[in-house]
Each structure stands twice: as C-alpha cells, then as structure tokens.
Design a protein. Structure first.
Length: 182
C-alpha cells in the first residue's frame, strides 16, 4: 500500500471534485480512490472540514496567490505595492472564475458560508498584506480589514459583477477610500 500524505489526499479530493462535478465528496470516497481505509484519512486531517479548508486553500494559492506577480509596475511606496498586489489578487480571482466557473464554484462553495474556513483560507493573503505593509500584526487584523474592503472583488457571491465594464473603476474607488487609512 502506497504511503499517503496530506498533499496526496488534497490532490485526490480535487480529482474527485473534477470528476464528479460536485464538492459533495465523502472521506470514504477519497479513501477508496487512494486505496486506504477511511481511518487513514483521519491520521492526516481531524475531520472533513479541515480537509476541505486545505483543499480550498491549496486551490486558492494555485489559482490566485501564485498568479500574482509582484512589482509589475515597479511601485515606489508601500501603498503602491499594496495597490498592485490587491489589483493582481482580484484579477487572479476573476481569471480563475472566468476560466473554469464550475470548478471555481465547487472549490469555493464550502468556504463561502463558513467564516472560520474563509478566514483560514485567506490567512496566506493576510500574511502577504502584512508583510507588504510591514505591520507585524500577529493576528493580521489590519490586513483582514484591507482585504475585507475589497470583498465585492474577492468573495464568490459577487462573481457575477466581476465582468462588468466598470470593474476597474469600482476597484479604484474603493482603493481611494482606504488609501489614506492604510
């Protein structure tokens, strides 16, 4: 029997989501696909919720976080660097949705209505903002507030508005409202 890892379990969950076109996958189905017992999954994840959080985080990092290029416009201030990162972030989410709306919805529906899962998934983004702004905030409260201001560009519930012609104008309006407070 092949030794399983967190990464293999997450990858298998994603494969099953793609194959079955639903995120309603059981731990037993994942275990069967891996050729292990259901209990073996629990050695890596305490419950289904923790697994789905990791699946969502892995997907977000691959489809969004890893797609953001830093310093694309050679910003000269921390605020300009943050602006560029936020613009890259919202556009990467938009691109992920436009390229594969069904997978986008499947990968986000679990965290969409679970604030604790959402915060867990977004923690890597909070860390980036915290580092960009040199806040050194252990709980990422300022970073969370900044990203929250852009919720209409980041939360899947708003996805239908992401292709509107005033998309960038709306982004810049929100940026102009928060810029002085960052």
């Amino acid at each position: 029997m092949e030794k399983i890892s967190n990464e293999k379990i997450i990858s298998t969950a994603e494969i099953l989501i793609n194959r079955k076109k639903t995120s309603d996958i059981t731990l037993s189905q994942i275990a069967d696909e891996l050729g292990v017992t259901h209990a073996a999954i629990y050695k890596h994840f305490k419950n289904k919720q923790s697994l789905w959080e990791e699946v969502a985080k892995t997907w977000l990092n691959r489809m969004v976080q890893d797609q953001i290029s830093k310093n694309t416009n050679h910003p000269t201030t921390k605020a300009e660097e943050l602006h560029d990162w936020l613009w890259g972030f919202v556009n990467a989410k938009k691109r992920a949705y436009n390229e594969n709306p069904q997978m986008f919805i499947l990968n986000t529906q679990y965290v969409d209505n679970n604030p604790f899962a959402l915060r867990s998934v977004l923690t890597d983004s909070y860390k980036v903002i915290d580092e960009l702004m040199a806040y050194h905030d252990d709980h990422y409260q300022r970073a969370e507030a900044i990203l929250s201001a852009f919720a209409v560009f980041t939360l899947p519930n708003f996805k239908d508005s992401w292709n509107e012609p005033d998309y960038q104008e709306r982004f810049e309006n929100i940026w102009n409202l928060i810029r002085e407070g960052i």
